[in-house]
Design a protein around this ligand. Sequence first.
Ligand SMILES: [Zn+2]
Length: 455
Amino acid sequence: MSRKKGNSSLGILVVFGLIIAGAIYLYTSEMFERDTPEITLKNNGYWNLKKPLNIEISDLSGIKSYRITMKTKSDEKSLAYEEFLTPNSTINTEIKPPRSAYVMKDKKIKIIVEAIDASKWNFLSGNRIVKEFEFIIDKKRPQLSSVSHSYKITKGGSALIILKAKDDNLDTLYIETNFKKRFKLQPFYKDGYYIALVAWPIIEKNFKATMIAIDKAGNKSKSYIPFYLKDKAYRVSNIKLSDRFLKGKIADLAEDFVETQGITDSLEQFVIINEDVRAKNEELIHQITSKVSDEMISDFNPNKMYPLKNAQVVASFGDHRKYSYDGTRISESYHLGLDLASNAMASIKPQNSGDIVYSDYNGLYGNMPIIDHGLGLYTLYGHCSSVNVNRGDFVNAKSDIANTGKSGYAMGDHLHFGVLVQGVEVRPQEWMDKTWIKLNITKIIKSAKKIIDRD
Ligand SMILES: [Zn+2]
């Protein structure tokens, strides 16, 4: 009797154990998972009814079915329904708007995504989720037009553009060029107006500027800005490298730079300095001078630049320097500033105020302060013997910021004066010319303000 009783209690225990094991199996098996499907919409909350909505639905046990509905104030329309015999773990679907959407008056709609997974949970009916996404319907392209701009641009030079861009949901605005550069715009004078200096890099054969405005729904406006293009030939200099120069200045510089450590061949040192070190130094300059403020600017009226009194031009902007040794061409570079010389260690006094955004040693450029004058316009002072300002300082016009010298890649005491527009080196001569500034900058701003005031 007692043995029998023992047997049956053992049986109960086994059955009980099996039930628990079964429950654990059900509880942990993918077949019975309890997570609802995940739904992601790859679009933002704006829809222009042109681009499809990209919806991704995923689930561990697979998707059994999904339904996508568009809900307006007065209407509900099914956009998609699918049921799968073999469940997919991830579904990517593109939803196009229904025809009725193009004529609807609603500015806001809801997209409702319902998905059921292939889990056996919930008495085999699976896990269900309903997710709502709100969209603002925006079919209108941004309003975009030129208000005023410089009449011409010279190769290597600068120009100004003022434009009007209006949209309820404006997202991006920039000036596209035929080269890779995109010029940023700064809010100007009144709401909906923008201003930018642009530049034609000396190495580009052509210049083409197009304003682009895109709203949050992806509507895009594009308008070409017709500049009169003035080509300019820059000097090509063939420079023969002397042993004196290689063993002197180049050997000295090679000791300083990381890039030339362990290199003993003078010509190799020269090529690394003229190409690799120069590229690194210029990259730093471009990076520092590419920033443009987002704050509204009401005026821009720079004084003609002339940082060094009684100075002589000793090298021009844009010289294409081709270097050879023993009759063989070994390297080349562009001179991207204007070299000015007066007395040794002469005072450098810029004619325009601004923020010091860099004041340190920069390889070939030696000791080099950079001033931010606003609107993406920067000036740079290379080869200084000493610098009297620090990064973060604000300097008034005519402040004594530094002294000329021959630090970096310079043979004699001089100032390498650079002007940059949004990270592009431009002809300093334009900014040193009162008439050029008046015609191309201040007059354009004045006439734009008149037009804006009437608008
Ligand atoms: Zn120079």
